[in-house]
Each structure stands twice: as structure tokens, then as C-alpha cells.
Design a protein around this ligand. Structure first.
Ligand SMILES: *Cc1c(COP(=O)(O)O)cnc(C)c1O
Length: 222
């Protein structure tokens, strides 16, 4: 199957409200251009250096999302062009993004990455860590970031019930945060969940963004 026909198939399954981020990590620029030429404009990468190289050479109307852990010393490289940082996992990185975004006078959309999987994952807020940050830190004073929602990754399992429950929990947590902290903020509107093997479940459970790599570009070669 070609990249263009893979995209067609996936897009035909997405409701209007759901944005498709094409996860292009480890794939060459030629593959991204095939998707671009088929009309795809939103791409996600997990590593800053790879993102940077691609962003420099590919068309400037691409909307870039970062989906992997961001180190503070790398923030300055991506703030001039990044659209959304989906992988905000600490107060420290949020303040760092704000600082560098101010320097280039941009506001950057950020999603709070939440640990929803049963398995041990390295990055992401626990529910309590996230509540604690929003309770205790003066995040509303950060003028160059826009907290636009939450992101999560389900456990890598064939158990659809477990995956569905994890997505349900993320959706409820999003609603809790919206009620508690963002009730006046219409820009807090995104639930990013669902990858190649589970995006259909994620859509049923309220995803507004799905992040699909393998089903578009094929298997990655590491
Ligand atoms: C790699 C990755 C994806 C895409 O995974 P596929 O299984 O290839 O669709 C989605 N989200 C995150 C956070 C990833 O790291």
C-alpha cells in the first residue's frame, strides 16, 4: 500500500472533530513528502534533532508537533517553529518553554502528558502530580504557552478492554481539569490519544487528536 492510500483509509475513518498527526519519526524526508503531496500538513516527531533537520528542509506550511520527551537544553531549537508540544511532563519544562517562546515572541500550544498506562513509563505526570502543579504553580502567569489539553499513551497490550479503560480515564481526567482549572478557557480542548493499533478505540472514547505512524508509513527501521 502507498502512503497516500494509507492516509486515505485512515482519514475516511476519522470524524470531522479529530485531527490526524502523522508520526514520521525514523522515516526519511521522502516519505514525509509523499504524505505532504497527498495533502497531509500535520506531522509529529519524537526527537528534537531529527525534527529540526526535517523542519529545516521540508515545506514551511507543515504544522509540527513534538511527541517525545523534551530536555530543557533543547527547547530553544524548536520554539521558532513548533506548533504544539504534546509531551510536557514537568513544571520545569513548561517554564523553560515559556521563557524561550517569549524570546521569539510566540505562544506555543502545550499538552500535558499524563501517565495512563499500567506499565512503568518514564515520562508523564501522574494524575496527582498534574493536579499538584496546577494547584500550586502560577501557570496562568506564563503568557507564552497555551495549555491546550492532555496527551496519553495506553499500555501496549492486545487487551482492548484495558486500552479502552485507560482512554476513558484520560477523558475523565481531561473533564476534571477543564472543570477545575480551565472552565473559562475555550482553548483547553484537546485529548490526544490513540496510535496505529488503538486509534479507533481512542476515537470512540473522545480523542480529538490521534497520532498515527506505522499505519501510514509502515514499520520503522531503528
Ligand atoms: C511513535 C509514537 C506514536 C505512533 O505510533 P505508531 O504505533 O507507529 O502509530 C504515537 N505516539 C507517540 C507518543 C509515539 O512515540
Amino acid at each position: 500500500m502507498s502512503i497516500a492510500s494509507n492516509l486515505d483509509t485512515i482519514k475516511s475513518q476519522l470524524p470531522e472533530r479529530v485531527k490526524l498527526v502523522a508520526i514520521s519519526k525514523f522515516h526519511p524526508k521522502e516519505a514525509l513528502m509523499q504524505a505532504y503531496n497527498a495533502g497531509q500538513r500535520v506531522f509529529g516527531e519524537s526527537r528534537v534533532q531529527e525534527l529540526d533537520e526535517k523542519a529545516k528542509e521540508l515545506p514551511s506550511d507543515i504544522e509540527w508537533h513534538l511527541i517525545g520527551h523534551l530536555q530543557t537544553n533543547k527547547v530553544k531549537f524548536i520554539v521558532p517553529y513548533i506548533h504544539t508540544i504534546q509531551s510536557v511532563d514537568s513544571w520545569k519544562i513548561l517554564t523553560e518553554i515559556n521563557k524561550h517562546a517569549q524570546a521569539v515572541n510566540r505562544t506555543i500550544r502545550c499538552l500535558l502528558e499524563i501517565k495512563i498506562a499500567q506499565e512503568d513509563t518514564k515520562y508523564g505526570f501522574s494524575y496527582d502530580e498534574c493536579r499538584e502543579m496546577l494547584d500550586n504553580q502560577n501557570w496562568s502567569a506564563l503568557q507564552y504557552i497555551q495549555i491546550a489539553g492532555v496527551m496519553g499513551m495506553a499500555t501496549l497490550t492486545d487487551d482492548e478492554i484495558q486500552i479502552r479503560n485507560e482512554f476513558k480515564t484520560l477523558n475523565s481526567f481531561y473533564e476534571e481539569l477543564k472543570d477545575s482549572y480551565f472552565s473559562e478557557c475555550s482553548q483547553f480542548c484537546e485529548i490526544s490519544m490513540g496510535m496505529s493499533h488503538d486509534y479507533k478505540i481512542a476515537i470512540e472514547e473522545g480523542a480529538t487528536i490521534v497520532r498515527v505512524g506505522t499505519s501510514i508509513f509502515g514499520e520503522r527501521e531503528y
